[in-house]
Ligand binder design. Structure first.
Ligand SMILES: [Zn+2]
Ligand SMILES: [Zn+2]
Length: 379
């Protein structure tokens, strides 16, 4: 359990915080005071983006997460906001009773101070910070720290479920070794179907769901007859499979492992150490790129013409925005649209398009091969 008092005490001793600790402490109590002390951003997005564009300093984009018990996430949020804001950290951090999940960019000049600050929380001391490699540091332009119910929405209502009891980590080397003797090993992909579609580990089992919360009960059901096997779970960065490993143990599975740091860390280690890469295709990522190539092979097909392709895109019709795979030729032919209907819409006057969108739900739409009828027809 993180002791906030201890954390604050440590911060008081931090040079960054000299002279501010008393003011800081008294300011962290109520949301009313939060507004007064500006513990949230006050500028408009356009202003923030303009500021970022003008910024001359170099930034490093990092991500990290940790499951650990946080007694008072709101208090920790306020303390963190004040500190990280001073250090000009941008990005998003989620805090919940179960832990922390962060994707942020840190000015290089402040990196050591940031790290010292983060590592003062005992459970985060020496935590691995994943550095985004091909990133220009311009992914974030504001700091948002939000308190959530969970750091990963899991739909688990069972009060007996305990994140403290989770599977064992396997390193990239161990993963390769275990899967070489694969008879008693089941590799399970704990990502969504559209992530699996463009890239996954050799022989990995797909749990075909749209969301992680649907996937957890599905995984338990699909693996019922494999309870005595070694189950190795993986996801993009480790946060989902770590929770899934705890859920499998909770459901009576005995030999549960998860890939440390997920695909991202696996790929880095494989490159560094010259190991065999067992990941095929593209790693889907949730930023503008929608995927980074890892294996040379293309394992999926264009959803419109069926030829090999693994480029995800969003339909350019703002009223649709369907996530689907489209090859360059089809992108040209359909002008980036997923269907005839959408292509017609984008040629309408803007006002008319806006009218059409009125009353439409703003939910994320994802093409699903197994549930094609739920979506706009792909012609
Ligand atoms: Zn195509
Ligand atoms: Zn569309």
């Amino acid at each position: 359990m993180v002791s906030l008092q201890a954390y604050e005490k440590n911060l008081e001793n931090n040079t960054l915080n000299k002279g501010n600790s008393e003011i800081e402490k008294s300011n962290l109590k109520t949301s009313c005071k939060i507004k007064k002390e500006k513990l949230c951003n006050q500028l408009r997005t356009e202003e923030l983006k303009a500021l970022l564009a003008e910024e001359k300093i170099a930034r490093t984009t990092i991500s990290f997460y940790q499951y650990f018990s946080i007694e008072n996430p709101q208090e920790l949020r306020n303390t963190m906001y004040k500190k990280f804001n001073e250090l000009k950290v941008f990005g998003r951090i989620y805090l919940a009773h179960e832990g922390i999940n962060a994707q942020i960019s840190v000015p290089n000049d402040n990196f050591n101070e940031f790290k010292a600050c983060l590592y003062q929380i005992p459970e985060l001391n020496n935590l691995r910070l994943n550095i985004a490699v091909d990133d220009d540091g311009k992914s974030f332009w504001v700091l948002k720290i939000k308190v959530r119910n969970k750091i990963v929405a899991d739909g688990i209502a069972d009060p007996q479920f305990n994140m403290q009891n989770r599977g064992k980590y396997v390193t990239a080397e161990e993963f390769n070794h275990l899967t070489d003797n694969s008879d008693d090993v089941v590799v399970v992909d704990m990502r969504n179907h559209y992530e699996y579609e463009v890239g996954h580990f050799e022989n990995a089992l797909e749990i075909p769901s749209d969301t992680f919360r649907q996937q957890l009960p599905m995984a338990v059901e699909m693996l019922q007859d494999k309870k005595d096997k070694n189950i190795i779970m993986y996801c993009t960065g480790g946060i989902r499979c770590e929770k899934a490993s705890a859920w499998m143990l909770h459901n009576g599975f005995k030999h549960v492992f998860h890939l440390e740091g997920g695909i991202i860390n696996y790929v880095n280690i494989v490159k560094q150490k010259g190991l065999v890469n067992k990941f095929k295709g593209k790693n889907f990522v949730f930023d503008d790129r929608l995927g980074e190539r890892i294996g040379e092979e293309i394992i999926s097909t264009c959803h419109q013409c069926g030829k090999p392709c693994d480029n995800h895109t969003n339909c350019v019709n703002d009223g649709c925005h369907l996530l689907f795979i489209q090859c360059d030729e089809c992108a040209q032919k359909w002008e980036g649209c997923c269907s005839n209907a959408c292509q017609e819409v984008i040629h309408l006057p803007v006002d008319e398009q806006k009218n059409l969108r009125k009353g439409l739900h703003n939910e994320a739409r994802i093409f699903n091969k197994s549930k094609m009828l739920n979506f706009a027809p792909i012609i």
